[in-house]
Design a protein around this ligand. Structure first.
Ligand SMILES: [Mn+2]
Length: 346
C-alpha cells in the first residue's frame, strides 16, 4: 500500500513541506491543473511537476485526474478528436513513469454538495449533501446556486450543455463509456498505466443527468467492458457509501481480490436520510462506513496500489480548499497508518 496525499500543485495552500511532516506519507497524488479540459498533457509539464514532487522526498503515485471532455461523454462527432488527445496524455504519463490514472465519467458536474461548511457538534465543519436543497435547484433558470459552481461554467454554456444531455439516456452513456474504454485501455496497457474510474459522487442521478457508476452491479458491468488490469477502479468509500446498499467491506474484498482496484480513497460519511449525508472524520466510529473493515480487506489481499485519505473536515480554524485542508486529512492518514501497522503485526 502506497499511502499518499492529494496535493493541488504549487498553488495549493497546503505545501509539500507541510505534507512532508506527516510521518507516514510516501506518495503524492496530483495533476496539471492549468491544462484546459481535453487538451493533451505535455510530457515536459508532467516531468517538471514530477521533479518538484521528488525533490520534496515523495513519489508521484497517481494522477487525479485527467478530466474526460464532455464531447466524449455525449458521444458526439467531436469525440475522436478528444480521445486522441486523451491517449497522448496517457502515453506521456507512461513515459514519465506515473503508473495510476484516476478519472470519472460523470456528466457536467463531478462531486456535488449542498453545503461546504456544515457545522458538526464539535465545532468542526464538513461538506454535506441535502436532498431537499438539491431538489430545489433549477439549473437552467439559475434561480438557486450551489457552492463552488460560479467558476465552473458560464450560464449560457451550462444551458447548452444541459440541453445536449437532455436526450442522453443511461444506456447511451454506457455506450459512450464503452467506446472510450475500447480506445484508451489498449493505450494504457502499452504505456504501463492502470486507469481507475472514480465512482459517481453522490451515487445517484442529479438534475436529471444520467449517472452510471453508482452501485456494485455498475462496477461489475464496467469491469466487464474491457477485462484488463488497466481497466480498474478507484474505489472511493465516501462516494459509494451514501447508498446503504453499497457494502464497502464486501465490495473491497471482491474487487481487491480480483486485482481490479488501483487506487483506494478512504473517507467516512454519515447518512442523514435516503438521499442525504454529511462527511465525517475518518474513524469507523464517526460515520456509517466500516473503515477498519475496508482496510482489513485491502490488507488481506496484499494491496500494493495507491491509497489516500480523502476529504477531511475543517478543524482548528484552518481555512482553505473545502475537504482538502491539511489537519483533518493528516489525522485520517495517521488513523489509516495505525490500523495498517496493527494489521502487519497481527
Ligand atoms: Mn474519492
Amino acid at each position: 500500500m502506497k499511502l499518499s496525499f492529494r496535493w493541488y500543485g504549487p498553488d495549493d495552500p497546503v505545501s509539500l513541506l507541510h505534507i512532508r511532516q506527516v510521518p507516514v506519507i510516501r506518495g503524492i497524488v496530483s495533476a496539471l491543473y492549468h491544462i484546459p479540459v481535453g487538451e493533451t498533457w505535455p510530457l515536459k509539464g508532467i516531468l517538471t511537476l514530477k521533479a518538484r514532487i521528488e525533490e520534496s522526498g515523495f513519489e508521484w503515485t497517481a494522477i487525479e485526474s485527467i478530466p474526460v471532455h464532455e464531447d466524449i461523454k455525449l458521444g458526439n462527432t467531436q469525440r475522436d478528436h478528444w480521445i486522441d488527445k486523451y491517449c497522448d496524455s496517457i502515453r506521456n504519463m507512461g513515459k514519465a513513469g506515473i503508473p495510476v490514472l484516476c478519472y470519472n465519467f460523470m456528466p457536467v458536474f463531478d462531486w456535488t454538495r449542498s453545503t461546504l461548511d456544515m457545522k458538526l457538534p464539535d465545532g468542526s465543519t464538513c461538506l454535506a449533501y441535502d436532498h431537499d436543497t438539491i431538489s430545489r435547484v433549477d439549473i437552467k433558470k439559475g434561480t438557486f446556486s450551489l457552492p463552488g459552481w460560479a467558476t465552473a461554467y458560464e450560464k449560457d454554456a451550462l444551458n447548452r450543455l444541459m440541453d445536449a444531455y437532455s436526450e442522453l439516456t443511461e444506456e447511451d452513456l454506457w455506450q459512450n463509456l464503452g467506446y472510450f474504454l475500447k480506445r484508451v485501455i489498449p493505450v494504457a496497457e502499452e504505456s504501463g498505466v492502470r486507469m481507475g474510474i472514480h465512482p459517481d459522487d453522490p451515487p445517484w442521478s442529479i438534475f436529471g443527468l444520467p449517472r452510471i457508476i453508482c452501485r456494485e452491479a455498475d462496477l461489475d458491468r464496467f469491469l466487464n467492458i474491457v477485462n484488463s488490469p488497466s481497466n480498474s477502479l478507484t474505489l472511493c468509500t465516501g462516494s459509494l457509501g451514501p447508498d446503504e446498499q453499497n457494502d464497502m467491506v464486501r465490495m473491497t474484498d471482491k474487487y481487491a481480490g480480483k486485482n481490479r482496484i488501483v487506487f483506494a480513497h478512504i473517507r467516512n460519511i454519515k447518512r442523514t436520510g435516503p438521499f442525504s449525508f454529511h462527511e465525517t472524520a475518518h474513524p469507523t466510529a464517526c460515520g456509517d462506513v466500516n473503515i477498519i473493515g475496508v482496510l482489513k480487506m485491502y490488507h488481506k489481499h496484499n494491496f500494493t496500489g495507491v491509497l489516500r485519505p480523502d476529504h477531511g473536515r475543517m478543524i482548528w480554524n484552518e481555512t482553505g480548499k473545502p475537504g482538502y485542508g491539511l489537519y483533518d486529512r493528516s489525522l485520517g492518514a495517521m488513523y489509516i497508518a495505525g490500523i495498517w501497522e496493527g494489521l502487519n503485526r497481527d
